[in-house]
Write a protein that binds this ligand. Structure first.
Ligand code: TNX
Length: 748
């Protein structure tokens, strides 16, 4: 009553009719009417007991960071709730007129209504809250809106997990996929098998840097941890209050080295091996014998007690069949069950789990590898290796969650800038996430019904802290949610505006770490007469950057450069170290390497693979040398032999010196080529071979330098990769990748 007396509702006519709201994900229907609802003070009142204590606490903290109080009252609150049976459980409506009315049918919608309301309130003026007069009707497109968290590779505390879930709830995620077991650590207490956490919960060392680095280095420090069953219950209950279902994942039959370290008798060889401190895929997996199946079913018994989730994730990915193929016990299982190969054996293994879960009223979900050898009758599929698995499963009438690496892998880099923390690889900027559509283009309307939604995965090999985990997730999770929530999402530019206007500072105030990668001006390189032109593109079209030339002052020291304006870098002009200052005090340094073929016309045959073809042939002659930490744009990557490149020097020229760079990252199947040839020609018809060399080197980046002492207008470089990756090396038996960057030629 008191609050209402103080609430002065003023209608100011014809102030602003907004084109959109700050609410993310974007609501389905928004209609403004003239005027505003202005509330003096900074408190919103709601009827006592509307929300549970935990919900109220969470809502309060979030409203508080915006300077808004929520007060419970027993009479006439400002915000009223109206339960309507007509809408779906997650749907809600907001009607701001002379007071604020939220309609809903179930507790979830009621909560979402409050979450959206928070984002509607303008609190920029002191002691007054302003809302537009507005009608909103909103409901999600997909029922599975998930984020995944890998707590095996790195461990996060209960408090951190809860914090993660809390931020998820504020963006209307409803599924938390908790990846609790993997090779590098078992993280859930199982009472029947205490060694799982005693031994499997800890590793003695962890690889430092990228696992493809050579030589590998380790930090020899015990690392690990696990959640007790009490802690798991606490997290599950907390999530449930915030309308988030927790889907546990117990990996099988692969990614199981931590469990096998605790119980070696469950492997095919029975030999003890420690919990690895290295990332990747390991040959030792659960043996398919009855004892392992029984063990896993016993584990599942305890898991089912802790997690009410309908879906239980059993992994199923990346299980090499090396051990199974050599194992007499596995062969017995195959014989007894008339299985033809190890894929059918994997399918048998998963079916046993499917049956077990089905009998207990649950549903099995697994990574798309569970399709191999035949999909279990009741299984749902999480499609990660692209869309094919999801399409296939949907066609077979199974429920599918889309999580393709190309849009949903939040362990990938968000920009190509060197300030990004070390990541597994891959390139997934915000804008690319925004393009995600959980429904693959070539699925019929009928089959598309089996797509229940999507989720992003946060694998944590390279994410040692919770702070960095948030950095990898935000703002990308907001772009993802647009694809999961909206029937028709707005243009990326509109989303970006709302993010920058409201959510960036909202996350800041909430102390949610997030990447500022979108603020780093993007470098564009173009061919220019006798060289290349560099320009920088920031988010703000009016931004001016400071550009400094800190090595060779041919650019004239320090000056200002406008968004999109270019500077030219001429051939033969010496080495430059350029410094760009943006956003006031942020700096980037670019190392630019001269050569006499900067920007020269260059032909490549075959073309690079489309994933590694940034700027096409210009990449080879752009003054920027490929480095060890590449994020998808420095190197051109080829997976077809042989690569031929022809560079046009414009006129017959006296050629002195030549260099070319190759990447050597065997863990990513990238190998140095066997050899290369350089030839020259005056007319592109008659070629003279100048050099043919074998390529050797131990570095990750190997630059080959050749003294050519010749003349010609055209220089042809032929690169001959090894035919197949030899046994015992990463990717054995496949065609190697050849990564090439920057050819430099110096003339006399
Ligand atoms: C593949 S995605 C995996 C994980 C790794 C991830 C790294 C999937 C089902 N398996 O074990 O952590 O790649 O991106």
């Amino acid at each position: 009553m008191k609050n209402l007396l103080f609430a002065i509702v003023i209608s100011i006519s014809a102030v602003s009719i907004y084109a959109q709201t700050n609410i993310l994900p974007t609501p389905s229907f928004v209609e403004y009417s003239e005027g505003q609802f202005v509330l003096e003070g900074n408190a919103l009142t709601i009827k006592s007991g509307t929300f549970t204590r935990e919900q109220l606490r969470v809502l309060e903290t979030h409203f508080n960071t915006q300077g808004i109080q929520i007060k419970e009252t027993d009479s006439n609150p400002v915000v009223t709730f109206f339960q309507s049976k007509v809408v779906l459980p997650e749907a809600y409506g907001i009607d701001v007129g002379d007071n604020i009315r939220i309609s809903y049918s179930a507790a979830m919608g009621q909560f979402y209504g409050m979450v959206s309301l928070l984002q509607l309130i303008d609190h920029s003026e002191e002691n007054v809250l302003i809302l537009p007069k507005i009608k909103i009707e909103d409901a999600p497109q997909f029922e599975w809106r998930g984020l995944h968290m890998d707590v095996s590779r790195h461990f996060y505390t209960v408090e951190e997990v809860k914090d993660f879930i809390e931020t998820m709830a504020m963006y209307k995620f409803n599924t938390f996929h908790w990846h609790l077991t993997d090779d590098q650590g078992w993280r859930i207490e199982i009472k029947q098998y205490p060694k799982l956490t005693e031994i499997g919960g800890y590793r003695d060392s962890t690889v430092i840097g990228h696992y493809t680095d050579t030589p590998r280095q380790y930090e020899h420090k015990k690392y690990g941890g696990f959640y007790t069953q009490e802690e798991i219950k606490e997290v599950v209950a907390f999530a449930a209050e915030l309308h988030i279902n927790v889907v546990p994942e117990i990996e099988m039959p692969g990614h199981s080295r931590a469990a096998l370290a605790a119980y070696p008798e469950l492997s095919c060889t029975g030999e003890f091996q420690n919990v690895p401190g290295l990332w990747g895929v390991f040959d030792d997996i659960y043996c398919s014998k009855e004892e392992s199946i029984e063990f896993l079913q016993n584990v599942l018994d305890e898991v089912l007690e802790l997690f009410p989730s309908e879906f239980i994730h059993i992994g199923g990915d990346e299980a090499p069949k090396t051990r199974w193929n050599d194992c007499s016990k596995c062969k017995n299982v195959m014989e007894q069950n008339e299985l033809h190969d190890s894929h059918e054996l994997q399918s048998y293994f998963i079916k046993r789990m499917d049956q077990y879960l089905t009998e207990r009223g649950r549903k099995l979900i697994g990574w798309d590898e569970i399709l191999e050898g035949g999909l279990s009758p009741n299984a749902a599929v999480m499609s990660w290796r692209g869309e094919a698995g999801g399409i296939e499963a949907a066609k077979q009438g199974h429920s599918v969650v889309m999580s393709p690496t190309s849009y949903c892998y939040f362990d990938y880099y968000q920009s190509s800038h060197e300030s990004e923390p070390l990541a597994i690889g891959g390139f997934l900027p915000l804008e690319k996430v925004y393009e995600f559509n959980p429904i693959p283009a070539d699925l019929t309307k009928e089959d598309a019904k089996f797509i229940s939604g999507g989720q992003a995965n946060v694998w944590t090999e390279y994410i040692p802290t919770y702070d960095q985990l948030e950095y990898m997730v935000y703002p990308r999770a907001l772009a993802l949610m647009q694809s999961l929530w909206c029937q028709k999402k707005p243009e990326y530019s509109e989303f970006l505006k709302v993010y920058l206007d409201f959510h960036e500072s909202y996350l800041e105030e909430r102390e949610v770490n997030r990447a500022a990668s979108i603020h780093i001006p993007e470098l564009k390189i173009e061919r220019a007469h006798d060289g290349v032109a560099y320009s920088w593109w920031g988010l703000d079209p009016n931004e001016e950057f400071v550009l400094g030339d800190s090595y060779n002052h041919t650019l004239g020291g320090i000056f200002y450069i406008k968004n999109g304006e270019s500077v030219q870098f001429d051939r033969g002009n010496g080495y430059h170290s350029l410094m760009l200052e943006y956003n006031g005090d942020q700096q980037i340094t670019y190392n630019l390497h001269e050569s006499d073929i900067l920007g020269a016309e260059t032909e490549m045959n075959p073309a690079p693979h489309k994933k590694y073809n940034h700027n096409a042939s210009l990449n080879l002659v752009d003054g920027i040398l490929g480095t060890e930490r590449w994020k998808g744009d420095q190197w051109l990557g080829f997976n077809k032999p042989n690569v031929e490149m022809i560079i046009d020097l414009d006129t017959i020229t006296s050629i002195d010196f030549f260099t070319i760079g190759f990447l050597n990252q065997n863990g990513s199947w990238i190998y140095l080529p066997d050899s290369m040839k350089v030839s020259v020609s005056d007319d592109r018809i008659e070629w003279t071979k100048v050099k043919e060399v074998a390529i050797e080197g131990d570095e990750i980046v190997n630059r080959i330098e050749l003294q050519l002492n010749t003349t010609g207008q055209y220089v042809k470089v032929e690169v001959i990769p090894m035919e197949k990756i030899p046994e015992g090396r990463g990717g054995a038996g496949s065609t190697p990748w050849t990564f090439i960057d920057e050819i430099q030629i110096f003339t006399k």
